[in-house]
Design a protein around this ligand. Structure first.
Ligand SMILES: NC(=O)c1ccc[n+]([C@@H]2O[C@H](COP(=O)([O-])OP(=O)(O)OC[C@H]3O[C@@H](n4cnc5c(N)ncnc54)[C@H](OP(=O)(O)O)[C@@H]3O)[C@@H](O)[C@H]2O)c1
Ligand SMILES: [Zn+2]
Ligand SMILES: [Zn+2]
Length: 339
């Protein structure tokens, strides 16, 4: 076996370049994966631009990683060589901070984050923490599973943890990597599903993915349309636009929730009125843990939910990343390593 592997790293802010790295042995509690597929998430922008707090360059981005285990570190008993596994944004908890000690490990204050605190999946090989990986079911190919490891789990967890009931009016704002999966999860969880996009072009794909109703914010006020429908019990905000998020609060029913999963660079503008009069709320939701990933994958198999993807060889990561940032991906770019 070669003692080096191909990877694409951020060498300086804004620069993705192909490199060769030396293969190293996994440490205690780690596994080494031979990567088969890695999705390109919008959050990778925080690595590529170098703005992620505490990030040190060079760094290999990528946190929607599927591969096969090829080496086990000491003390790893749960996983086997040859097993197909995946790792998402949440790559492992420290186990000692206050949220961890309270059992809230997804909010660990010192988490392992592939592509941020450690090298990620834009590579042929990746080392992951054994406690942060999920088993991939045979029904899913590696390219299908990859986007479910961040875009999928984030939208699935946000929706399933929102205290919703079957038939509730639920809107998904933004029809990209997260949103196109959020629409499918909302529909398959039994919600009256509304997709909110900008432009007519997203109407057909949104309805094909399961939206009952499409709101085009280029011509309609999303909050007004939702109010005419009785008000949304929840709106899942996936579009990275703070400006577009705040006004959605007025589209919520009394006690409705704006669930923020996008992390826009611009500030959210909010009016206190709809929050106070009607007891509406806003909160954020961060990806999920490895066992949540396994739930996401199982639900996707059960309900036949699949991401819509475009696959690209690892070597073309920079072009694929640019395509995602330009909003041209339909709807997730997935890097493949030719294994
Ligand atoms: N909470 C978490 O754990 C978590 C996990 C993953 C990602 N994220 C964050 O979630 C966001 C989305 O990620 P992604 O990978 O889905 O990005 P993406 O694939 O680039 O999709 C974003 C979509 O938002 C749409 N959009 C942008 N502005 C809009 C607006 N004003 N109104 C309606 N739609 C708008 C874009 O559509 P057009 O430009 O074509 O209109 C695009 O399709 C990012 O901020 C990312 O960092 C958070
Ligand atoms: Zn992500
Ligand atoms: Zn912790």
């Amino acid at each position: 076996m070669a003692d080096t592997y191909k990877a694409v790293e951020v060498s300086a802010p804004g620069t993705l370049r192909a490199v060769r790295r030396s293969i190293s042995e996994p440490g205690a509690g780690q596994v080494r994966m031979r990567v088969e597929a890695c999705g390109i998430c919008h959050t990778d922008a925080a690595t590529v631009t170098g703005i992620y707090p505490g990030l040190n360059l060079p760094r290999i981005p990528g946190h929607e990683v599927v591969g096969r285990i090829e080496a086990l570190g000491s003390g790893v008993s749960r996983w086997k060589i040859g097993q197909r596994v995946g790792v998402g944004f949440f790559g492992g908890e420290d186990g000692v901070c206050e949220p961890c000690r309270r059992g809230d490990i997804v909010n660990c204050q010192n988490p392992v984050i592939p592509g941020v605190t450690v090298d990620g999946g834009y590579a042929e090989v990746m080392i992951a923490e054994a406690r942060g990986i999920a088993s991939i079911p045979d029904e899913l190919t590696s390219v299908e599973a990859a986007p479910l490891l961040c875009a999928g789990i984030t939208t699935y967890n946000a929706l399933r943890n929102a205290g919703l009931r079957g038939g509730d009016l639920v809107a998904v704002q933004g029809i990209g990597g997260l949103g196109h999966l959020g629409i499918q999860f909302a529909r398959h969880m039994g919600f009256h599903t509304v997709a909110i996009g900008r432009g007519r072009e997203k109407e057909k794909p949104a309805k094909d993915l399961g939206a009952h109703v499409y709101i085009d914010t280029a011509v309609d006020d999303a909050a007004a349309v939702l109010q005419r429908m009785g008000g949304a019990r929840a709106i899942l905000a996936t579009a990275p636009s703070g400006g577009a998020m705040g006004p959605l609060v007025s589209g919520l029913a009394a006690r409705g929730k704006l669930i923020v999963v996008a992390v826009p660079e611009d500030q959210m503008q909010l009016s206190a009125f709809p929050l106070v009069f009607g007891g509406r709320s806003i909160y954020g939701s961060l990806a999920g843990t490895a066992i949540d990933t396994e739930d996401t994958l199982a639900f996707s198999v059960l309900e036949n939910i699949r991401p819509m993807i475009e696959t690209v060889p690892l070597e073309q990561a920079a072009d694929a990343y640019a395509r995602m940032m330009q909003g041209k991906a339909r709807f997730r770019m997935v890097l493949v390593t030719g294994q």
